[in-house]
Design a protein around this ligand. Structure first.
Ligand SMILES: [Zn+2]
Length: 347
């Protein structure tokens, strides 16, 4: 299996994160990408290749061009205006309640205000090379997609930073551009096939859901920790089924604490039946491995062997499949877990 990787991911290099009201070293860090690359490089079943460049058009096809303009230079502007900082995080969010009885308001002019206009939370610092790394993650996803469009049965994009929390106009949740949504939209809009996004990250992919919520050409299916207890809390419930033309093209399967391999397989079977009945001709998998039993920030109980079985279940759909990396924070086990899932898929 082709595995697309670029060292450009190292340019997004936070050293601190404010999460659960504590400042600590970040869960999402450069070691995640490196351990997956190291494990796949040592396995003959994988061929690690560099991405080609796709420019910004595929990004602005799903994202507000203002988000791209903002991310391109926000860190640098903050250094000029506010002063020397390694990480940059927002202070003020432009919440609707701030402007009750007034117009919605436009993008603030100050960099401090713009940060809170283009993001929705504070665990996702910008660093000097975040924009370069985020662009490279999209190139990685698009290159893996192209291998599948050219006839490979499946391919893997080692995307870092991940993407599924990024909405049309907001970054957050360690995500800047929505790699999976960029690929899904590109295939659906240029190939005339229906596309399914299967999101198996522990966290609900709120960004992917939001981007496709009113569309009937892209199905979003997610298995995730119930938002009653799990990030991003505000979205990911079972009764969110799509809107307008997209009604019925969104399926959320919230999972209880401690869900194990067998219970997960049963939920995954429901997801795969939905994808089959939708008639998807192309599949994008948002592969998060934070469902692992010892993941430090999640509470499901999947195993390395379980990931292999779940990859095999997805392969049984018989649909051309591009797999894109999302989360996974038990870093010592992250490489072998990605390998196991992809070998199950048929690497
Ligand atoms: Zn996650």
């Amino acid at each position: 299996m082709k595995a697309v990787y670029t060292p450009d991911h190292l340019r997004h290099d936070p050293k601190v994160e404010l999460e659960r009201s504590v400042a600590h070293s970040p869960w999402e860090h450069i070691g995640r990408g490196e351990i997956i690359k190291d494990v796949l490089s040592a396995d003959d079943r994988f061929e690690v290749v560099a991405p080609s460049q796709w420019g910004t058009d595929p990004i602005t096809a799903v994202h507000d061009p203002g988000l791209l303009r903002f991310l391109d230079g926000a860190w640098q502007e903050y250094q000029r205006v506010v002063g020397d900082t390694r990480e940059v995080v927002p202070e003020v969010f432009q919440m609707q309640g701030l402007r009750n009885k007034m117009s919605a308001g436009s993008e603030p002019s100050a960099i401090q205000g713009r940060l809170g206009y283009w993001s929705f939370e504070i665990t996702t610092p910008l660093t000097e090379g975040t924009y370069v790394a985020s662009r490279a993650a999209v190139d990685t996803a698009m290159t893996a997609m192209q291998f599948v469009l050219d006839g490979e049965r499946s391919a893997y994009g080692l995307c870092r930073p991940p993407g599924h929390h990024a909405t049309t106009s907001l970054y957050g949740g360690y995500c800047f551009f929505n790699n999976a949504a960029v690929v899904a939209h590109h295939v659906a809009s240029t190939r005339g096939v229906k596309v399914a996004v299967l999101d198996v990250d522990y966290h609900h992919g709120n960004g992917t859901q939001e981007i496709f919520y009113d569309r009937d050409d892209v199905l979003y299916v997610s298995l995730h920790g119930d938002p009653a207890r799990a990030y991003p809390y505000a979205i990911g419930h079972g009764d969110e089924t799509g809107a307008g033309r997209g009604l019925g093209a969104n399926l959320n399967i919230p999972l209880p604490v401690g869900t194990d391999d067998d219970a997960y397989s049963s939920a995954l079977d429901t997801a795969l039946r939905k994808i089959s009945s939708f008639g998807a001709g192309f599949l994008v998998v948002s592969l998060g491995l934070d469902t692992f039993v010892t993941d430090p920030i999640c509470d499901l109980a999947l195993t390395t062997e379980g990931f292999r079985a779940h990859g095999a279940m997805v392969a049984s759909l018989g649909v051309p499949t591009v797999v894109l990396q999302e989360g996974g924070y038990d870093v010592p086990n992250l490489g072998i877990n990605a390998q196991s899932w992809l070998v199950g898929l048929g690497a």
